[in-house]
Each structure stands twice: as structure tokens, then as C-alpha cells.
Design a protein around this ligand. Structure first.
Ligand code: TXA
Ligand code: MG
Length: 343
């Protein structure tokens, strides 16, 4: 398939072009588009057939449900059977923005979108190009992150092109994602609100509004034993670069010492380090981050760059303890397949 690659300036959106791209969606094709979190791979959420193409293009297991993207609160009522008051509050406070809210699904949403669940994940993205695409397509857009399944999520068009060129109808380049990790997923169908995936909106942000919010136990550890995770996406291999990632977590001094020790131990390998706790290391590739927001913003790009430069072992330091720590650690632990040194 010939993939059309187009640039759209978020500050000066070409409406005629967006209409053309929106038509591809409404006609059942796949279009990758920028959002403030990561790039999405969009299809008409009302069409079972269009949605099935997403799973093929990504190589994604079909029991992992998709997020439905709409452009305003009114449209949420077209995809959800009900919006409880607390959920409405979340939409009003944090949307458009990096939050996805799980609600009871409406019968208009085909089973392929929700993988047979009776709930639906709904998000109003903040990126102007994403909003324009939804409006112009005149349908809600089902979209997972636009990476091949198992790979780090794409935060710039080049990442999407690397994974999806030739597999989908179009890729819209709208610049770099500003958040860099996926949206916070919060389940509003139970007795208490439960965060299933930490992301752009932090637990602290949500707690101000909903003091009874819980954090799902799977968030920090990968699946153990025979438990079934609530968010089906949590059980798959995720964000895995070709390099083997190790997390080194603790106080700056200890992390620095442990990193030096590990570099010595793995000296016959091509090593990369993400420096979060300071220090300088004589290895082929080093990236530095200022805090966890910066980490979240750059992590997926780093993971792709390590592979590009044939890095075999990555030591990812974790030292900062701010409100983005949960989102960063959640992604890092997964890309490290839980190889975590707590020092
Ligand atoms: O920021 C984002 O959320 C990006 C952009 C493109 O919007 N999308 C994204 O989609 O990250 P995806 O498919 O990579 O992740 C969706 C997550 C998965 O963990 C999935 O299992 C969960 O949301 N999910 C979807 N529907 C669900 C439902 N009904 N109940 C529980 N979890 C659900
Ligand atoms: Mg994903």
C-alpha cells in the first residue's frame, strides 16, 4: 500500500487537507495522526471492518481494546451508554487533554473496538490536528498508539513512518508530542475510580477532584501469577527496544555507584545510559533528563535511538520522586521486563 505522508501545521491547519484525510477515516481507511501524548493509528470507530485493519497493521492481539477519540463532551454521549457525574467532572476539568475515561459502552460501538467488553475507553485529545481530524471525519476515531505492537509508542512522525509506512493509507506529521507518554486511563464504572494506567494527568491531579481514587495494583508490577488485569493492554510485552534495558533506581549517589559497577560488568557490550541522577560515563551513548516530566517526554524517543545506534544494554536511572514518577516507572519497568535494581 502506498502511504501518503503529509505535514500539517498545528497553528495553521489546512482545512481542505484535513477534510480529505477525514474522508479516508470515514471511508474505512487507517490514518496515523499526532496527539499531545503519542501518535495514534485511527479508524472509524463505528465500523467493525475499519477497526479490524488496526489490529492487522499493528500486529496487535485482538483482545486488547482500543480508545475511542471524540472532539467534545457532547460526542461522549454518542459512544457511552452513561456518563456518571464524577466522570463528567473529570472530562470538564481535564479534557481536552491526556486522560482516557472508561465508561459503559453504547450499542453503537462495535465489539471489535472494546474486545468484547461492555465498557468503552473515551478520550478527547488536546492536539489541534487530532481534533480537526475527528471533526472532519464526522465519526469517533478508534486509535491505539501508532507503533507496531510491542515497540515503544511513537512521539514523532518519523517513528510512525518507521513502523507503519506501506501498511496504512496516510500519516499526518504534526510535530513532536508534548507529553510523550500515553494518557492516564481511569475506570469510572466501578464503586471507586481506579487508575489503570498512569499518564499525562497525575494521580495527584485527580485526587484533588476525586479523593477516593485508587491506583490499580498492576500499575507498578508486571503481571504475576494467574491474575487477570483489568486493562487488557497491561498483560502484553510493551515498549521493548531490541536492547536489554535495566532500571537502576534509588538515591542519586547509590544509583551512580551501581551504574558504574554495571558498566564494568557489561564492558564487552555496547552500552547506553539514561542519566537521571548525574554522573558521567564512558559509554557509546548517553541521554540526560532533568526531571520525570522531561523523562516522560523523551523516553520513547531514547529507546528508539538506542536501537538505531545498535546499543545492546541500556541502564536507565530513576532518582527523581515527583508526580510523574509513576508514569515514567510504569513505562520503564515494562521496557525492562521488570529487570529493576533498587539500590
Ligand atoms: O494517549 C493515548 O492514550 C494514546 C493516544 C493515541 O490517544 N493511545 C493509546 O492507546 O495509548 P493504546 O491502545 O496503546 O492503549 C490503550 C489502553 C490499553 O492499555 C487498553 O487495554 C486500555 O487502554 N483500554 C482500552 N479500552 C479499555 C476498557 N474498556 N477497559 C479497560 N482498559 C481499556
Ligand atoms: Mg500502545
Amino acid at each position: 500500500m502506498d502511504t501518503k505522508i503529509v505535514s500539517v501545521d498545528p497553528k495553521q491547519i489546512d482545512v481542505a487537507l484535513m477534510r480529505e484525510l477525514g474522508r479516508l477515516i470515514s471511508e474505512g481507511q487507517l490514518v496515523a495522526f499526532p496527539t499531545e501524548t503519542v501518535y495514534g493509528l485511527g479508524a472509524n470507530a463505528f465500523s467493525e471492518e475499519a477497526v479490524s485493519r488496526i489490529f492487522v497493521a499493528k500486529g496487535r492481539p485482538s483482545d486488547n481494546p482500543l480508545i475511542v477519540h471524540v472532539s467534545c463532551l457532547e460526542e461522549v454521549y454518542g459512544v457511552a451508554a452513561e456518563v456518571p457525574p464524577a466522570a463528567k467532572l473529570l472530562f470538564e476539568k481535564f479534557s481536552p487533554g491526556p486522560i482516557t475515561i472508561i465508561l459503559k459502552k453504547s450499542s453503537f460501538i462495535p465489539r471489535g473496538v472494546t474486545a468484547g467488553l461492555d465498557t468503552v475507553a473515551v478520550r478527547i485529545p488536546a492536539h489541534p490536528v487530532a481534533l480537526a481530524l475527528i471533526r472532519e471525519s464526522t465519526v469517533p476515531i478508534a486509535a491505539p498508539s501508532a507503533n507496531r505492537s510491542g515497540k515503544p509508542s511513537p512521539t514523532e512522525a518519523a517513528h510512525v513512518i518507521a513502523d507503519m509506512d506501506g501498511r496504512i493509507a496516510a500519516i499526518i506529521d504534526g510535530g513532536n508530542s508534548s507529553v510523550g507518554v500515553e494518557s492516564t486511563v481511569i475506570d469510572m464504572t466501578g464503586e471507586c475510580p481506579v487508575i489503570l494506567r498512569p499518564g499525562g494527568i497525575t494521580a495527584e491531579d485527580i485526587r484533588v477532584l476525586l479523593p477516593n481514587v485508587q491506583i490499580d495494583q498492576h500499575v507498578l508490577k508486571s503481571l504475576e501469577g494467574h491474575e487477570t488485569p483489568k486493562s487488557p493492554g497491561m498483560k502484553y510485552k510493551h515498549y521493548a527496544p531490541d536492547a536489554e534495558v535495566f532500571v537502576v533506581e534509588g538515591k542519586q549517589e547509590d544509583v551512580r555507584r551501581k551504574t558504574e559497577e554495571l558498566i564494568l560488568e557489561y564492558r564487552d557490550k555496547r552500552i547506553g545510559v539514561i542519566v537521571a541522577g548525574g554522573g558521567d560515563y564512558a559509554v557509546p551513548l548517553i541521554f540526560r533528563v532533568q526531571d520525570n516530566r522531561d523523562y516522560a517526554n523523551k523516553l520513547f524517543g531514547f529507546l528508539r535511538e538506542f536501537d538505531k545506534q545498535n546499543i545492546e544494554i541500556v541502564f536507565a536511572q530513576v532518582c527523581y520522586d515527583d508526580s510523574y514518577a509513576l508514569a515514567v516507572k510504569n513505562r520503564l519497568y515494562k521496557s525492562a521486563a521488570n529487570r529493576v535494581f533498587k539500590v
